[in-house]
Design a protein around this ligand. Structure first.
Ligand code: ADP
Ligand code: MG
Length: 682
């Protein structure tokens, strides 16, 4: 006999809400942890209630009446052996009156507050009880819920998911962390903690049960990242041969300076990768001004010497142009043809460039994201260098990846960033990257002095500018980006520009903002670079990459509106020559607590790594770098600012699993990430 299929049921609103939260499988429900707990395991005598604390009491209703002053409300008097308590309901139904009729025995939970007639509870939860109704045996979990997903529904769903989920231990003993409860024990404990447990250790997530969850979560994340890295190692890339006295050596010999030890070290790391037939996937990080560009040029020289093309991309046209100028200066004398591709380059010039790229005549292609557009075809791209990669949008990054995967051999990729990644973040969200770090500035730089001025002291700042330009130095004045309104933003910069023009008669004061046509921007930048313009007022377009060693004063207006990394980047625009440089942070009050922390960090340190670490502390990893936002959002339990040791443990466990227990690795990732594992590789 054929069975009739069960009728298709419409999904209820709570079911749909659960799906939206990703609560699909039993294990997802089991891993949906309470935000906090309510203690219904004990009763507090009414006389022992304290003002402002939440408690549960049980008593008999003495009196229940509707009062009309000051407004209509239900007022119930409850008593136990110790004292009386007033319950007050401003919204109520006849059912309230029925349940709370005189003589009823009720259990009430709420916050006690000092009222006119002693302590009272406003809108407590209550239930009618028989004399022997048992108390809850565990703390009551409170889950993140919503109007579509009521607490009671969610509690039931989680409890049954927890019961059905497969929580059997997966990990072999040698990767088991010492002294932590099992996953099953941890989850049972966290969903239903016994009475008398320290709520503090549950709430600050330091309890061993929490440690277990964080460890397993980090392990899943490490596994998927290491897996991605190993997959990449199976791909093929061109292996470049290092030729003595080749382009690389010629470039080194022609440079007007000697490389720092750090530049030599990272250069060797990159050269080593480029000689392998496996695509390089390396991040070159170094503080602003640490000299990453020349390292990139050396890598390009190796690729070009081996007969391959190199592309260098930067997120803005100004930045790309700075690179272009440097690279052309260094590489064209060696006989290398450089092509320049940006969005603003149109028509015949563009067509010619495209042809040179396609024929292979242009060995080096520099530009913005225009380099990765569809029409651009390379003869043989062997190395892609991406500056400030995290500033490219998601779409651009996807397009880039597609472009890079278009040929039989993968090109090598080198990403560059002036925002160093704190160690724990590097080990988690960026575990599939190799990282090279320039941890030394070129010699002869004088540390930048940072000063804080309130907005009222503008006149003093302008006087300072006068001194500086009188000595032949140049000055940046940066105005903030006002998110809500580009117009306001512009107005602010324009007004400041006008004001400075008036105050500094006889000086050339320039203005640079995002709405200007590219050619105009380039013209202003060229004047400033050549020293023909002494003061440059600008919105944040100058944030990265601008290199004018004679600039010795940076004024940042409304510094309180900038992020910490951004402030540090801006500050790095000065202090590039031998003269002592100053960064003035102008701020308007009142300062938010985080703004205060950011300005304090700026005053206290010049070290990009320390700044990055503080930034991570202040902002959390979610916002830290756009590049891996999806990845960090998936870390629900672990806190990268504090869980460094667990990251370490998870990292070594992941290596052992992948090497020795690949099937366990797969099952662990499936349990924790389900279909989301791919995200972590983006
Ligand atoms: P960033 O790492 O911020 O991109 P750049 O590559 O723009 O830094 O370098 C900053 C400045 O330092 C440039 O003018 C560059 O030519 C110069 N520079 C780089 N390396 C050295 C070095 N080893 N000695 C002296 N100056 C250097
Ligand atoms: Mg740079």
């Amino acid at each position: 006999m054929a069975e009739t299929p069960p009728p298709k049921k419409e999904k209820s609103a709570p079911q749909r809400a659960m799906e939206k939260l990703g609560l699909l499988r039993d294990i997802d429900l089991a891993l949906h942890l309470p935000l906090r707990y309510e203690d219904e395991t004990r009763l507090t005598p009414i006389a022992a209630l304290r003002d402002g604390t939440t408690a549960q009491v049980e008593g008999t209703v003495r009196d229940c009446e509707v009062q009309f002053r000051p407004r209509r409300q239900l007022v119930v008097t409850l008593f136990d052996d110790s004292a009386d308590l007033v319950l007050r309901f401003l919204h109520f139904y006849p059912s309230h009156q029925n349940a709370l009729a005189a003589g009823a025995r009720v259990r009430v939970r709420g916050e006690a507050r000092g009222g006119f007639f002693g302590l009272e509870m406003v809108h407590p939860t209550f239930k009618v009880v028989a004399g022997d109704t048992p108390l809850a045996r565990a703390l009551t979990p409170v889950y993140p819920a919503s109007a579509q997903l009521p607490q009671a529904y969610l509690r039931k769903a989680v409890a049954s998911g927890l019961q059905r989920a497969d929580l059997s231990p997966l990990l072999p003993p040698q990767v088991e962390p010492v002294g932590l409860p099992t996953l099953r024990e941890s989850l049972l404990f966290l969903h239903q903690p016994p009475p008398n447990v320290s709520l503090a250790t549950l709430e600050d997530h330091s309890h061993p049960a929490w440690q277990r969850l964080k460890f397993e979560e980090l392990l899943a994340q490490q596994l998927s990242q290491l897996q991605a890295k190993r997959e990449r190692e199976l791909q093929r890339a061109p292996a470049f041969e290092l030729r003595p006295r080749g382009l690389q050596d010629q470039l080194l010999a022609a440079l007007p300076f000697a490389l720092t030890a750090a530049q030599r070290r990272v250069g060797d790391e990159i050269a080593h990768d480029l000689q392998r037939a496996v695509p390089m996937h390396r991040l070159l990080q170094g503080d602003v001004g640490s000299g990453k560009t020349v390292v990139a040029a050396l890598a390009a020289a190796i690729a070009i010497q081996a007969g391959w093309q190199c592309a260098l991309m930067a997120p803005t046209e100004i930045l790309a142009e700075q690179h272009l100028r440097k690279l052309v200066g260094w590489l064209e004398p060696l006989g290398i043809t450089v092509a320049w591709l940006t969005g603003s380059r149109k028509g015949k010039g563009r067509k010619q460039m495209l042809e040179r790229v396609a024929s292979g005549e242009a060995a080096l292609v520099v530009g913005t994201h225009a380099v990765i557009q569809d029409q651009v075809e390379f003869a043989n791209l062997g190395l892609a260098i991406i500056d400030e990669q995290h500033r490219f949008g998601v779409q651009q990054r996807l397009a880039l990846r597609k472009k890079l995967q278009a040929q039989a051999l993968e090109p090598h990729t080198l990403m560059m960033s002036a925002t160093p990644i704190p160690r724990t973040l590097a080990m988690t969200l960026f575990a599939d990257l190799d990282i090279s770090t320039i941890d030394e500035l070129p010699p002869g730089r004088t540390p930048i002095v940072t000063k804080l001025f309130s907005d009222g002291k503008r006149a003093a700042v302008v006087a300072r500018i006068r001194d500086e330009v009188a000595q032949g130095r140049q000055v940046y004045w940066v105005c903030p980006l006002i998110e809500e309104s580009e117009n306001l933003d512009l107005q602010n910069a324009t007004e400041t520009h006008q004001h400075l023009c008036d105050a500094l008669a006889g000086q050339t004061v320039g203005l640079l903002h995002g709405r200007m046509p590219a050619a105009e921007k380039a013209a202003v930048m060229a004047l400033f670079t050549a020293g023909q313009m002494t003061v440059l007022v600008s919105t944040t377009v100058i944030e990265v990459g601008v290199d004018v060693p004679n600039a010795s004063l940076m004024v940042i207006e409304h510094a309180e509106r900038f992020g910490l990394s951004q402030l540090h980047q801006l500050r790095g625009r000065v202090g590039r020559g031998a003269v002592a440089s100053v960064c003035v942070l102008l701020y308007a009050t009142p300062l938010s607590p985080t703004a205060k922390e950011r300005l304090k960090a700026m005053m206290e340190t010049n070290d990009g790594f320390e700044i990055a670490r503080r930034d991570l502390e202040i902002r959390g990893p979610g916002e830290f770098m756009g590049a891996r936002q999806s990845g960090s959002a998936l870390l629900r339990f672990a806190d990268l600012a504090t869980d460094g040791e667990l990251v370490q443990a998870a990292r070594s466990a992941a290596t052992v699993l992948l090497d020795t227990y690949p099937d366990v690795a797969l099952r662990h990732v499936a349990r924790w990430l389900g279909g989301r594992a791919e995200y972590l590789k983006a």
